[in-house]
Design a protein around this ligand. Structure first.
Ligand SMILES: C[C@H](O)[C@H](O)[C@H]1CNC2=NC(N)=NC(=O)C2=N1
Length: 99
């Protein structure tokens, strides 16, 4: 499904409001490092995100080392950051906070 990338105005309004999310190096994407108490907390977060991602049909790129989960969000179908990434970033922040 084709999704529109964010306009410059939308970027300026939406992206700075995403706490801890930064531009990913070398590509049009946003990235955040989530740090948990231990592996099982990190993996629990990933399990909750997996369910939300499947429901939204929007999937993170991520890696996990013990208690750290590095996430990159972009929309391949848009060729860059879209509203779907902003929505998913908010969902991830919520799921990381609620445990
Ligand atoms: C075919 C499938 O629906 C698409 O590839 C969806 C699935 N998940 C996706 N996830 C992400 N992050 N970007 C996409 O463009 C995307 N597109």
């Amino acid at each position: 499904m084709t999704v529109a990338p964010l306009t410059p105005d939308e970027r300026a309004a939406l992206l700075p409001a995403l706490a801890g999310w930064e531009p990913a190096a070398g590509r049009d994407a946003i990235a955040k490092r989530f740090v948990f108490a231990d592996f099982i907390a990190a993996f629990g977060f990933m399990a909750r995100v997996a369910l939300a991602a499947e429901k939204a049909d929007h999937h993170p790129e991520w890696s996990n080392i013990y208690n750290v989960v590095d996430v990159v969000l972009t929309t391949h179908d848009a060729g860059g950051i879209s509203h779907r990434d902003v929505a998913m970033a908010r969902t991830l922040d919520l799921l990381a906070a609620t445990g």
